[in-house]
Design a protein around this ligand. Structure first.
Ligand SMILES: *[C@@H]1O[C@H](CO)[C@@H](O)[C@H](O)[C@H]1NC(C)=O
Ligand SMILES: *[C@@H]1O[C@H](CO)[C@@H](O)[C@H](O)[C@H]1NC(C)=O
Length: 312
C-alpha cells in the first residue's frame, strides 16, 4: 500500500467511526418538540435526556411520555415528576422508555400499578418516591427492578415493613425509609434483597420502640445503619447480632437510658457510633467491649458525657 492509499483508508475508517458516533449521539439526544412535551420540559445532557414534569397531572404526564416513546432508543437519564397530582401511577405509562433515574416526589402518590415500573426494570438504577402518600411498600411494583441500586421511600405513611417487602431487588445497595410511621418491621422483611449487596439502610425518623434485631440479622454486609429519631428506650446485648461488618451506627435522638455490657460487641469493624440526643444515665463498664480502638482512642471510659464517638 502506498502512503496515499493508507491515508485514504484511514480517512475512510475515521469517517465511518464519525458517522456511527453521530448516529448514536443523535439517538441519544432527541427531545420531542416543546409543543409535544408541554407542560413538561426536556433537555439534552451528556448521558441522555433530562425530563421534568411539575405541577401537573397524570393525563399531561402520560401525553409527554407518549411523545418520548416516538423517539425510540432515547436514553432518559433523569425523569423527575415533582409537585404533581398523581395519586395513581397507571400501568404501562413508561412502556418502551429507557429510564435510568426516576423521581416521583411530593405528588400524592398512593398507588403504583405493577406494570408501570416493571416495564422499565431493565434500565432503572435509582428510584425516588419520597414525600408521597404510600401506606405500604409497593412490593409488587418493585419486584422486577433487577438493576436498582438506590431506593428512596422517605416521607411516606408506611407503618409496617411486611415480610419480603423488597423481594426481587437483588442489586440494591442503598435503602432509605426515613420519616415514615414505622412501628413494626416483620421478621423476614429484608428477605429477597441480596444481603451481600445492601450497604446502607436508613430507618430513622420512625416510631420504632426497639432495634428490629431479627430482620436485621441477615444483613451481614451492611456498612451503615441509621436508626436515629425513633423511640427506642432499651438496647440489649444481642441487638446488633449479625451486623458483623457494620462501619457506622447512628442511634442519636432516641430515648436510650442504659448502655449495657457488650452492647456492640459483635460489630468489630465499627468506626463511628452516634449516641447524642438520648437520655443515657448508665453506661456499663463493659459496654464498649469489642470496640477497643474506639474506646481507647477516645478515652470513653473516662468521659461518659461524650455522646458522639467518631474515629478516623
Ligand atoms: C438510532 O435509532 C434508529 C431508529 O430510531 C436505529 O435504527 C439505529 O440503529 C440507531 N442507531 C444507533 C447507533 O443506536
Ligand atoms: C408539594 O406540591 C404542591 C403542589 O401539588 C405544592 O403546592 C407544594 O408547595 C409542594 N410542597 C413542597 C414541600 O414542595
Amino acid at each position: 500500500m502506498s502512503r496515499s492509499q493508507i491515508s485514504d483508508f484511514t480517512i475512510f475508517i475515521l469517517s465511518y467511526l464519525l458517522i456511527i458516533y453521530l448516529t448514536r449521539a443523535e439517538n441519544l439526544s432527541q427531545c420531542p418538540t416543546i409543543q409535544e412535551m408541554i407542560p413538561c420540559s426536556c433537555t439534552v445532557k451528556k448521558n441522555g435526556l433530562d425530563v421534568i414534569c411539575e405541577f401537573t397531572d397524570f393525563k399531561h404526564i402520560s401525553r409527554a411520555m407518549d411523545s418520548l416513546k416516538k423517539r425510540q432508543n432515547s436514553i432518559i437519564f433523569y425523569l423527575k415528576l415533582r409537585h404533581n397530582d398523581l395519586p395513581k401511577l397507571q400501568g404501562f405509562v413508561f412502556l418502551g422508555l429507557n429510564i435510568h433515574h426516576l423521581t416521583i416526589h411530593n405528588s400524592s402518590l398512593a398507588v403504583i400499578e405493577e406494570t408501570s415500573l416493571s416495564s422499565i426494570g431493565k434500565s432503572l438504577t435509582q428510584l425516588d418516591i419520597s414525600q408521597n402518600s404510600l401506606a405500604s411498600v409497593p412490593s409488587v411494583a418493585l419486584k422486577n427492578l433487577h438493576h436498582l441500586l438506590i431506593l428512596n421511600i422517605n416521607h411516606n405513611k408506611i407503618t409496617i415493613i411486611h415480610k419480603k417487602a423488597f423481594e426481587g431487588l437483588d442489586t440494591l445497595e442503598i435503602l432509605t425509609v426515613y420519616e415514615n410511621k414505622l412501628s413494626m418491621i416483620e421478621f423476614d422483611a429484608f428477605k429477597g434483597i441480596d444481603k451481600r449487596k445492601l450497604k446502607r439502610l436508613n430507618i430513622g425518623g420512625n416510631d420504632l420502640t426497639s432495634i428490629p434485631t431479627s430482620p436485621l440479622m441477615t444483613l451481614d454486609m451492611l456498612k451503615k445503619l441509621e436508626v436515629q429519631e425513633n423511640r427506642i428506650s432499651v438496647i440489649i446485648e444481642n441487638d446488633f447480632e449479625g451486623l458483623t461488618n457494620l462501619d457506622s451506627l447512628v442511634l442519636a435522638h432516641n430515648k436510650i437510658q442504659k448502655v449495657p455490657a457488650r452492647a456492640f460487641a459483635r460489630m468489630t469493624q465499627l468506626n463511628s457510633l452516634e449516641l447524642e440526643g438520648n437520655m443515657i444515665n448508665f453506661i456499663d463498664s463493659d459496654a464498649f467491649i469489642g470496640l477497643e480502638e474506639l474506646k481507647w482512642s477516645f478515652g470513653l471510659q473516662e468521659d461518659h458525657s461524650r455522646s458522639k464517638i467518631t474515629a478516623k
